[in-house]
Design a protein around this ligand. Structure first.
Ligand code: ZN
Ligand code: ZN
Length: 221
């Protein structure tokens, strides 16, 4: 069994998890390099919640470079995937290519002991510093590093295209499909129609969404 955090049930990293990498082949000689590419399934919650993200299970292409350094393994790489979301202006579904660069140091637990006070309690080595990542038996889990990089590379305000005009703020029709759409300010006929629309809505609550665009068509003519 593989949990979300890439750990097997016994709490150790599971080398069968595609986001867990093995550094044994690299060796510990500083300067040793290893490059690898891997296609993995996107894990859960891989994006900005409710805005845009890579769907769970979608392919993520990884280009990873491992470099052995004194205190551990420096991991540098690029992830490429397709993200899906919704245009913040017109609310239409959109997809976009995301390319995220990442770099993180995964330290040897014993190297860490050497660099710190000799009296440090060895029990709380990996947990006492949330910002640091450690190798576990020569393995490391890339998932959280990857997620942070992808989230950072995604737009907070995705748009279907830069020129998207969005929706009319008054009636909600798509402005790209309705060029020239506008509302006359303080138009008495519009006010009358609006009053009528409200009456219709009051009478037909389950038809509220359909009433306004109908009114709008009349307004344009
Ligand atoms: Zn749009
Ligand atoms: Zn409108």
């Amino acid at each position: 069994m593989i949990s979300k955090a890439g750990k097997a049930l016994n709490g150790h990293l599971d080398h069968r998890n595609p986001l867990v990498f093995d550094t044994h082949e690299l060796g510990r000689r500083p300067g040793a390099l290893k490059r690898l590419t891997r296609s993995v399934d996107a894990p859960k919650d891989f994006g900005i919640d409710g805005v845009v993200g890579v769907p769970e299970g979608a392919p993520v292409e990884l280009d990873v470079r491992l470099e052995s350094v004194m205190e551990g393994v420096l991991v540098t790489g690029t992830a490429r995937a397709s993200a899906e979301g919704e245009c913040v202006r017109c609310l239409e579904p959109l997809s976009l290519e995301v390319e995220a660069d990442f770099q993180e140091m995964f330290s040897y637990p014993d190297a860490d002991d050497r660099n710190r006070s000799k009296t440090a309690d060895p029990v709380d080595d990996a947990e006492d510093d949330e910002d640091r990542f450690f190798l576990e038996d020569g393995l490391f889990d890339l998932e959280s590093v990857l997620r942070d990089a992808v989230v950072l590379a995604l737009p907070m305000q995705p748009v279907c295209r830069e020129t998207c005009a969005g929706l009319c703020s008054e009636c909600g029709v798509g402005l790209d499909e309705n060029p020239g759409h506008h509302h006359e300010a303080l138009d008495i006929r519009w006010a009358a129609l609006q009053g009528l629309a409200e009456t219709v809505q009051d009478g037909e609550k389950d038809n509220m969404g359909g009433a306004e665009p109908g009114v709008d068509e009349k307004q344009e003519k």
